[in-house]
Design a binder for this molecule. Structure first.
Ligand SMILES: NC(=O)c1ccc[n+]([C@@H]2O[C@H](COP(=O)([O-])OP(=O)(O)OC[C@H]3O[C@@H](n4cnc5c(N)ncnc54)[C@H](OP(=O)(O)O)[C@@H]3O)[C@@H](O)[C@H]2O)c1
Length: 252
């Protein structure tokens, strides 16, 4: 079984559908029961649990739910927030605590609590190119994703046999992008850039991302899986998984 956090929408939903399409059982997690139920309706192999991964209580709920499950084939730490979108001079401490709890604490402590079930499985942290490019007005997202990338490297240093990797999945047509292109406090240049990608149809589709992630989770060997931080725009691996009708539009 694969466990996907944030499976009620966006990348998480598309990945759940893709894995179920390859005959894999998937448990999806999220806060909105109706969104989870919509994803679960896509396949009898998808089940769901309502839990908030940013809280210890939510993570314990997941652990309790999996008490009889000896091992997991994969944990995909995908749940994430993009907000607060605000300049550092104005950003609130409580909003920063929330994004840290979701984008960093959740992948750290959910992995920790499920570690014994993952000795033969794969852990995939959904990172972002924003870890490497400061974005005006989106500092909290940038620094939490930078921390997530380092978290992955530290897990691997302390547990060299663990199959764990981070991935930069591209600029994708999900609700998170909609929030970004409509955010009043995002730097104007970036907001216009996101708007133009949307208008020109150059956002990556969630189905294409799901193909890429499925390839990472199912098709390559464990050593290769952990060998790098994966980037969907890196053309060197496209021939291994990218097939029509999917495409990865250039954003330059
Ligand atoms: N879209 C992009 O361009 C892009 C680019 C790079 C990286 N990413 C990353 O991709 C991942 C998925 O994002 P997306 O683009 O697919 O956007 P999305 O549709 O907004 O997905 C985020 C998901 O996370 C869930 N979530 C948020 N907080 C949660 C919590 N505390 N507990 C449980 N679930 C929670 C949300 O469900 P509930 O609200 O129901 O809890 C939602 O289903 C994120 O980590 C994001 O940073 C996205």
């Amino acid at each position: 079984m694969f466990l996907i956090t944030g499976g009620g929408s966006g990348i998480g939903r598309a990945l759940a559908k893709a894995l179920a399409g390859k005959n894999k059982k998937v448990l999806i997690i999220g806060r909105r029961a109706n969104a989870l139920a919509e994803t679960a309706a896509l396949s009898p192999l998808i089940s769901y649990l309502q839990a908030d991964v940013s809280t210890q209580e939510g993570r314990e709920r997941i652990s309790h739910h999996l008490a009889q499950t000896q091992s997991l084939e994969g944990l995909i730490n995908n749940a994430g927030l993009i907000e607060p979108i605000a300049p550092l001079a104005e950003v609130s401490e409580s909003a920063c605590q929330k994004i840290w709890a979701t984008n960093l604490n959740a992948p750290l402590f959910l992995t920790q609590i499920l570690l014994k079930k993952l000795t033969k499985g794969r852990i995939l942290n959904i990172g972002s190119g924003a870890a490497y490019f400061p974005i005006e007005g989106m500092a909290a997202y940038c620094f939490t994703k930078a921390a997530l990338s380092m978290l992955t490297r530290c897990w691997l240093l302390e547990n060299p046999k663990l199959a764990i990797a981070s991935v930069m999945p591209g600029i994708i047509d999900t609700n998170m992008q909609k929030i970004a292109r409509n955010a009043e406090l995002l730097g104007e240049e970036k907001r216009d850039f996101y708007k133009s990608l949307h208008q020109k149809g150059r956002l990556v589709s969630t189905a294409a991302v799901a193909e890429f992630l499925s390839w990472l989770l199912l098709d390559i060997d464990a050593a290769e899986f952990s060998s790098q931080e994966w980037d969907i725009y890196d053309k060197s691996h496209h021939q291994s998984w990218l097939k029509s009708p999917h495409q990865i539009p250039d954003w330059e």
